[in-house]
Each structure stands twice: as C-alpha cells, then as structure tokens.
Design a protein around this ligand. Sequence first.
Ligand code: GLN
Length: 276
Amino acid sequence: MLIQDFVKLLTESGIEQNEANIEVKLLLEAAGYSLVDIISGKKLDNDTLKKVEFMVKERIKTRKPIQYIIGLADFMGEKFLVNESVLIPRDETELLVRKAVEIIKENKFKTIMDMCSGSGCIACMIAKLSQATVMGVDISTEALHVALSNMEKLALFNRATFRKSNLFEKIREDERFDMIVSNPPYIAPKFRQTLQKEVKFEPEIALFTKDEKGIEFYEKISADAPKYLNKGGYLMFEIGIEQSKDVANIMNNNGFSDIKILKDLAGIERVIWGKI
Ligand code: GLN
C-alpha cells in the first residue's frame, strides 16, 4: 500500500480530502516518519505499513478521531498527548492563546489561570510563549493526568502547574492572578444530535452545559473571577457561535469593561475579553 492508498481509504469512507491528508500525515508521524520523509516519498517499511494500515482501518470502522487512536494531537506546532478523557485541542483555540500572550507581554503579567484546562494545551502554550506562570484548573482527575504529562513533555516545570478543583472551589481566598483564561464547555444540550460522529468520543463534561444557551460556565466564571483577579486584570474566554452578545453582557454585569471580541478565520466571533 502507498500513502495515497491510505488517503483514498479514508476519503472513500466519507472523510474529506483535506482532513484525510492531515490524518495520514499524523499517522505517519506517529509511526516515526517526518514530513520531509513523506514529501520526499521515502519508502515505508513493512512494519510501519502494517501499523498505519491497522490504524486507518480502526479509524474507518469506529470513526474514533485519529488523535485518540494515535494518542497525540497537533496544537500550535507542538504534539500534545490526548486520550478520551480530554477534548482534542481545536485550531480556533490558538486565537485565544495568541491574544492572551500578546496581552500578557504588553502588561508584563506574571500569574495566569487557565480555568477548565483539559489537556493543558492552553496553559502549556501560554507558559511556553510568555514569561508568565500558568495554573491550569480542572475538575477531572483523568484530565489532570494528561495535562501533567503534557507539562512534562514540554519541559515546563514550575511554569505550568495544575490543580484539581471544581471551578474556583479549591482556589484560596488570598490567591490572585493577572489574567484568567478559559475555554469552558459551551455546547447547549440541544445540539447533541447534530454533532459529528467523532465528537461523541470526546468527554461530555468538556463539551456540554446544562443550560439551553451553553453559557452557564461563562456565568459562573465571570461571577467569581473578579475576586481572584488583580486590579487591571483580564478575563478572557473562547466562545461558541452566537454567544458573544450574551457573554459580553455577563461580563459587563460582573464589572468587566473594555470588552473586546476577535473573529476566527471562519468569521465567527470566537474570543472575548475584558478588564476588571
Ligand atoms: N482547555 C482545553 C482546550 O481548550 C479543554 C477545554 C474543555 O475541556 N472544555 O482544549
């Protein structure tokens, strides 16, 4: 079998061409082949071929996201460890990280919190790209294991730390941060049926809210964040489609001003932030 055959198998099973190309690249990388090897048409040895073929077939049969099959996901040029207890980092989330890093550098911020950190992708990338230390917070013990492994993998010792806590429950009253960032669950339960098959492998608690607008975490986090932010501190969220007005109101009502919004490449309002 050739690389093109793997792509063909995937596209014939209904996976889009672009996506299939990306998936085969990820699979080959996981099997030890670099992009250069792939482009230069290096011949795959039999063992690798078998491994990749096995994974392609699993992908087609189960529809499990390729990142869970491999155990790795690309995010901002790094490979993050993932399993089914964490959300697969999304490209859109890069926008949140980039904007956060810009604000952190401008204001020389030192201490950041990443609420609902999941795989730790946001906490780790902010720590890697800035001088700040970041504390990731998550309710899931399994997710924290993944986040810690990612922190180790990226050698961010002391720069990215993690804590198990249901939102701010385990944050001490005297702890303060210059910025709180969060990509919380924001899908309303009514959208459960309309999601791609692949998303069903992702943890429900990372995806769904209980309220019908998908805004319960924006409400809870915005209500408590002011207590834990230094004066002039920022609160910053990733948001879903058509949530910007509601979230801007929530932030306003909790004392945040200078609310700003950034659109993603698809033109969707994706990142929102404000100052206390
Ligand atoms: N912060 C993680 C991410 O952006 C997890 C988000 C979540 O579980 N809702 O991928």
